[in-house]
Write a protein of this length. Structure first.
Length: 395
């Protein structure tokens, strides 16, 4: 199986090398995938989409009561739930300091072929975002694909007012190429009214993310199979901010920012790095985002050229602060809400980047250095003026 996935990747990359600089999207990855349990209790399976959305976000009423997707689970003891212990530091975490917060994730991973897979459609928007192709039954242990001892780990971090169910097929697509993928649902609306300021959430997000990563590394189920030298985080919008902070960026230039020292690559899509609010300019990582200079791992940034939520005029100076290999891809004429074809482009660039830097595939790296655009999808282009590699392509 290991040889099979290598041949898939090389076939994709060789087609790139032979035919100029337009990249051919990869075929579907060769691994079947499975996912940890996320089954909703029968009495909630017919819940209206709007109410399910509120549980996924972590709704808090004006009276202080909260709802979270953990309230709806059929087998909570079989779900990947992490108790995040928040340090007693009110300056960073405000009113949730010294609290313990539940955070739910699901883990999708390459597995062995099954004669009778157990697919599961999460009851939300008719599973428009993909299905769990084989969801583990209660107490069922993961069976990782045979043929390689360890797999790179990829963390998916969603944007604000979002959740991990949006990423089901995204996670499947990465896992099919031989990655363990953990998708976090932060449920941060549980505390936003209590926090009263997004400043606290900017510190809380990377703390939650680190806690999930540490839980996986310490677990019997996945820990022995994770390649600790190759861990990436991929995030959209506020998830892109989270990826940068988890990779080492100092939030508000604060040295106490939590990051994970094992992050070795980051994919940031339409990342929030600041903006102009009430006539004042705010940088997420301190003045001129100089806190990003702490990041020396490979990063690929993708953005919509018409995005007014996370505008490019904040992204471009921010990526200049990064110290590691850097790639920037423009999704032409896209706003903050990408069209489906541009999400496909993002996924293809992301997979090429992960293969290059987490699987250390020299052919994928060569294609990433020299690729102008991705075939199919919508118009996109790599901005080579922002590219920085350890072995830069001469132009």
């Amino acid at each position: 199986m290991n040889r099979l996935i290598t041949s898939f990747v090389l076939a994709w990359v060789f087609s790139v090398s032979l035919y100029a600089r337009e990249l051919t999207p990869p075929p579907r990855g060769p691994f079947p995938v499975a996912t940890t349990n996320m089954e909703i209790a029968d009495k909630f399976s017919g819940m209206a989409d709007e109410e399910m959305h509120e549980h996924l976000l972590g709704d808090q009423s004006i009276f202080g009561s909260t709802r979270y997707v953990t309230d709806l689970l059929k087998h909570p003891d079989s779900v990947w739930i992490v108790d995040v212990v928040v340090p007693d530091d009110a300056d960073l975490y405000g009113p949730v300091s010294d609290e313990t917060l539940e955070v739910i994730s699901y883990v999708t991973y390459p597995t062995e072929p099954r004669s009778k897979p157990a697919p599961y459609d999460f009851p939300y928007h008719s599973s428009n975002y993909g299905a769990f192709e084989h969801m583990l039954a209660p107490q069922e242990k993961p069976e990782l694909a045979r043929g390689q001892e360890k797999f790179p780990l990829v963390i998916l971090s969603h944007g604000s007012s979002a959740h991990g169910i949006y990423d089901i097929e995204h996670a499947n697509g990465i896992a099919r190429y031989g990655y363990i993928v953990a998708v976090i649902t932060y449920g941060e609306d549980r505390f936003q009214r209590m926090l009263g300021s997004n400043d606290y959430l900017q510190f809380l997000r990377p703390l939650m993310t680190r806690s999930v990563i540490d839980s996986l590394l310490a677990s019997e189920e996945f820990g022995p199979f994770i390649d600790r030298e190759n861990i990436a985080i991929s995030g959209f919008s506020f998830g892109g901010f989270t990826a940068l902070a988890t990779a080492g960026g100092k939030v508000n230039d604060n040295a106490k920012t939590v990051h994970h020292p094992l992050i070795s690559a980051a994919v940031i899509t339409a990342p929030w790095t600041g903006g102009v609010y009430g006539g004042f300019t705010h940088y997420a990582f301190g003045p001129d985002n100089r806190g990003l200079s702490e990041i020396d791992v490979p990063v690929i940034a993708l953005f919509g050229s018409q995005d007014e939520v996370t505008p490019a005029d904040f992204l471009f100076p921010a990526v200049r602060q990064l110290k590691g290999p850097t790639h920037v891809v423009e999704l032409v004429d896209q706003t903050h809400n990408f069209e489906a074809e541009s999400w496909e482009d993002r996924n293809n660039w992301e997979l090429l980047f992960l293969n290059a830097y987490l699987k250390n595939d020299p052919e994928a790296l060569a294609a990433l250095k020299d690729g102008d655009s991705m075939q199919g999808g919508n118009a996109d282009r790599q901005l080579f003026e922002y590219q920085r590699t350890s072995d830069a392509v001469s132009r």
